[in-house]
Design a protein around this ligand. Structure first.
Ligand code: NAP
Length: 318
């Protein structure tokens, strides 16, 4: 297979890149670094290796007449033009399930960190302020009301953890799930109105752009805490900053942002906001599992076997 040409469109995780280099001829972001060399090799490129944050446009695909598969290292694939891929008969795969635990762990971690002010508590002790008196009191998580926006694979893993915290769980999604015992609420605004904590875990893309807007934040209320581990695009970031500045909501825990890796100065200055640099799946164990799965999808395809985890748009019917 070392004769099969693969274009990577992002700086890949070493767990994915090492596999690819062993088995394929990998052209690392050649379309950006050397357009002339890319133009020569483009007719031979049969696969694209991407990450969950990569953009693969119809325009790029049009330059690759031999393209057969796009294997995404990540579960989210909102940057891939799946319509164009499907129209061309190009398979798109992703890495669902193997990262559920990590992302759910981080959601709980951000919720606890924001509610119990863990970063501030850490600074309090390290800065030697403790001898001068105790920290201000924080908010309780156990037993509180949790709203989950998006009750898919990761949303369900968050619910399982929250249940162990004795939280009262409700959720919204595009439709109610017959196999989920938690209560379905039709809209994010209605869900926010009855939640102390609102955790967002939908896909990104056009269908969820700014789903969490000023109205949802107003409904969450002055004591409410928003946690976003989905995509930056799902939350109206300007509305969120305004809501945090004006005390419309109580705080936030954010792993994802509209314009990563750039995070607005206003958010970086806020004491009642806990920030993380998009680390939902960023453990060695999980990145290894994602690398294995992303590679195996591509390897299966070129071995004439069915891919393991196609995105729903490319999955065989029935
Ligand atoms: P999933 O199983 O496909 O679940 C997605 C859920 O979102 C479903 O319940 C779906 O509802 C709901 N949803 C979709 N569009 C919606 C809308 N417009 N309004 C309300 N709910 C909507 O996906 P997953 O595996 O749980 O992953 C979810 C997302 O997490 C990924 O796509 C990715 O963006 C993000 N993620 C982030 C990180 C990180 O590092 N922070 C890591 C991994 C994943 P229906 O079932 O009714 O359609």
């Amino acid at each position: 297979m070392s004769s099969i040409d693969v274009l990577s469109v992002t700086k890949l995780s070493p767990f994915y890149e090492a596999h690819l280099r062993q088995h394929f001829a990998l052209h690392d972001r050649l379309h950006e670094s050397d357009p002339a060399a890319f133009a020569k090799i483009a007719p031979q490129i049969r696969a694209i290796a991407a990450s969950g944050e990569s953009k693969v446009s119809a325009e790029l695909m049009a330059k690759l007449p031999a393209l057969e598969i796009i294997s995404v290292f990540g579960v989210g694939y909102d940057g891939i033009d799946t319509q164009a891929a499907k129209a061309r008969g190009v398979m798109v795969t992703h890495t669902p399930n193997v990262l559920n635990d990590d992302v759910a762990d981080l959601a709980m971690g951000l919720m606890l960190a924001a509610a119990r002010q863990l970063p501030a508590a850490d600074r309090y002790v390290k800065d030697g302020k403790w001898p001068n008196g105790p920290m201000p009191l924080a908010r309780k998580v156990s037993g509180a009301r949790l709203g989950i926006v998006g009750m898919g694979r990761i949303g369900q893993a968050i619910a399982a953890r929250a249940q162990a915290f004795g939280m009262h769980i409700a959720y919204t999604a595009r439709s109610a799930k017959a196999d989920i015992a938690h209560r379905y609420v039709a809209t994010p605004t209605a869900l926010a109105a009855e939640s102390d904590y609102l955790v967002v875990i939908t896909p990104g893309g056009a269908g969820t752009r700014k789903l969490i807007n000023a109205a949802v934040l107003a409904a969450l209320g002055t004591k409410g805490i928003l946690v976003n581990v989905a995509r930056g695009s799902v939350v109206d970031e300007a509305a969120l900053i305004e809501a945090l500045q004006n005390g419309v909501i109580g705080g936030a825990g954010l792993d994802v942002f509209e314009n990563e890796p750039n995070v607005p100065e206003a958010l970086r200055q806020m004491p009642h906001v806990v920030l993380a640099p998009h680390i939902g799946s960023a453990t060695t164990n999980t990145r290894q599992a994602m690398g294995d799965l992303a590679f195996n999808n591509m390897h299966h395809h070129f071995s004439g076997k069915a891919v393991l985890t196609p995105v729903p748009e490319c999955a065989p019917k029935g």
